[in-house]
Design a protein around this ligand. Structure first.
Ligand SMILES: [Fe+2]
Length: 160
């Protein structure tokens, strides 16, 4: 079955809208990926090891997920945005703190905010996909929301 055949029951304008939300999610997820690496590399203090490992688990999962989201854009017949400069220009993730002089809590808070932003984008996309009857994109986005919500729980628990 061709990509066109697979999505023939969804209006073309809806498909473009869903793809645009998925591309935005890729960009925001890349922003989060960058913050996770920054935190993984630079976090210091008595909680170094668990935080270093947790950030790694999150970016490894995210890296795989980003590929799936971008490939869903292609399956919908649209093109996937890519390239660091392009994605950076699209990402709305706040890139603070900087590498040095940030506390473990600063890194956790920064990553937490980025996860929350990614959830917001995934929820918007999920609703658009649901309204258009694109159950497969909806399913992908439901999974993303669930995983980021779990990460938020982990990070919030650390901050208590
Ligand atoms: Fe590493």
């Amino acid at each position: 079955m061709s990509a066109t055949k697979a999505i023939e029951n969804i209006e073309a304008s809806s498909v473009d809208q869903i793809a645009s939300h998925l591309n935005q999610l890729v960009a925001d997820s890349y922003g989060l990926l960058g913050q996770l690496h920054l935190a993984h590399w630079n976090v210091e203090g008595t909680d170094f090891l668990p935080l270093h490992q947790m950030f790694q688990e999150q970016y490894e999962e995210l890296f795989v997920a980003i590929d799936e989201i971008a490939e869903r854009v292609r399956a919908l017949g649209n093109y996937a945005e890519g390239g660091l400069k392009k994605l950076a220009s699209m990402s709305r993730v706040n890139e603070s703190p900087s590498a040095s002089a940030a506390s473990a809590k600063d890194f956790v808070s920064s990553v937490l905010l980025a996860h929350e932003l990614v959830i917001e984008q995934a929820v918007v996309g999920r609703k658009v996909a649901a309204e258009a009857g694109d159950t497969e994109s909806e399913d992908l986005l439901i999974g993303r929301v669930r995983i980021h919500q779990k990460a938020v729980w982990f990070l919030n628990s650390y901050l208590k």
